[in-house]
Design a protein around this ligand. Structure first.
Ligand code: ADP
Ligand code: GN1
Ligand code: MG
Length: 362
């Protein structure tokens, strides 16, 4: 545990630190909720340590986040949107006026106002639709971000071909001797190798456009209003950078359509529910229809298979490598995650024709 009180003094919080604790269930950064007393009023903030094992260059990453959040706020204000500061993340500056602060160990920290009266769990079709609409709106917003393209915080993040190559390397080096336990899973992923190239090839040939995308559209990365259910604020902007709309939609299918958790041990509970898929299509197209190309639209059903497979490949690679990337809370956590992704891919494969029919209908 870090000294949260000491870290909080690096930021211009206009108050006294009261207490802080670990918060949320993200797999990457260290996230804390901290309470601050401001002239007698208690306010909470999100304090985060950027994981520099994953994000090798936190400072250009923070410059990305600053550019995107400033642009979002400017737009919301121009549109005279009520509660603008609840509809986008905003960065609380450090005492020396930067959007982040470095501690004496070289950790990069940031503070966001806590988005109040909102939640990040999705259970109903309406919530699903709203989340997808919000991610579509976010893509629209970043499409007219002025200036240079954003810095690529993790090169080849969604390059499924390189993800598969990394899996093969982990199989070769097998540092913990785990390969023999998971041959079935390895064979399963390797048998789907041909699916890994498609989107990468289309991007290379220019048939698919490179856009500014979120790239981590997991459903707990969007906050919904706790009264209206409206998708109000997209969070976790670390991977917002050049990418494909296919990646963003695919990860929504991966995280929203199954009733089972990503780390469910009983994979018979994992299934792609068509009504949730339909809600995603409805919500996403309500904001993205105007800018998606026909090829992008036609790849929406496949995107779910691709991103689920890719994430499974990453979980299996991390398991073989000794769990060095994703946070784990039990010994075979990454292996359980890799197995749920397999079950979900199989469920998507079995329903692909109906998924295509739904996209055509909308
Ligand atoms: P990670 O990259 O580790 O996933 P996130 O930025 O997604 O980190 O934060 C982890 C969790 O913390 C989120 O899923 C969300 O529940 C919560 N969270 C993050 N930022 C805020 C915020 N500004 N207000 C309220 N909750 C937040
Ligand atoms: C990570 O940071 P978080 O928990 O929202 C990961 C995503 C994976 C996801 C799997 C930067 O997302 O790419 O899809 O876990 N983020 C990064 O749950 O690697
Ligand atoms: Mg997150």
């Amino acid at each position: 545990m870090h000294d949260l009180k000491a870290v909080s003094t690096l930021f211009d919080l206009r108050g006294d630190f009261v207490h802080g604790y670990s918060y949320g269930s993200g797999h990457i950064n260290d996230t804390y909720c901290i309470w601050v007393d401001q002239a007698g009023q208690r306010i909470r903030y999100i304090l985060q340590r950027v994981n520099h094992n994953v994000f090798k260059q936190p400072i250009p990453l923070m410059e990305n986040v600053k550019r995107v959040t400033d642009h979002a706020l400017k737009r919301l204000k121009e549109e005279q949107c009520p509660e603008a500061y609840r509809r986008t993340l905003t960065l609380v500056p450090s005492v020396d006026g930067k959007p982040y602060a470095l501690d004496s160990d070289g950790n990069c920290w940031r503070v966001y106002p806590f988005i109040e009266r909102a939640y990040d769990q999705i259970e109903t079709t309406r919530q699903c639709q709203e989340a997808a609409r919000a991610f579509g709106e976010f893509q629209k917003l970043t499409a007219d971000l002025p200036g240079e393209p954003l810095f690529e915080t993790i090169p080849n993040f969604h390059n499924t071909t390189s993800r598969l190559a990394a899996l093969k390397e982990a199989i070769q080096s097998d540092p913990l001797g785990r390969v023999k336990e998971v041959q079935k899973e390895i064979d399963w992923y390797l048998s789907r190798e041909s699916d890994c190239h498609l989107v990468v090839d289309y991007l290379k040939s220019g048939e698919l456009p490179l856009r500014c995308t979120h790239n981590d559209t997991k459903l707990n990365n969007v906050m919904l209003d706790d009264v209206t259910g409206e998708g109000i604020c997209v969070i976790d902007l670390d991977t917002t950078m050049p990418g494909s709309a296919i990646y963003d939609f695919g990860d929504m299918i991966r995280t929203a359509t199954s009733p089972a958790a990503e780390d469910e041990k009983d994979v018979s509970k994992v299934t792609m529910r068509m009504f949730m898929f339909e809600a995603l299509v409805q919500g996403y197209l309500s904001s993205a229809k105007s800018f998606l190309t026909p090829l992008e639209k036609s790849l929406l059903p496949f995107s779910g298979k691709l991103l689920t497979m890719e994430c499974g490949i990453r979980f299996l690679t991390d398991y073989l490598s000794g769990d060095v990337y994703f946070k784990i809370h039990r010994p075979e956590h990454n292996l359980d995650r890799c197995r749920t992704q397999m079950a979900l891919v199989e469920s998507i494969e079995a329903q692909m024709d109906e998924m295509k029919a739904i996209v055509d209908r909308y």
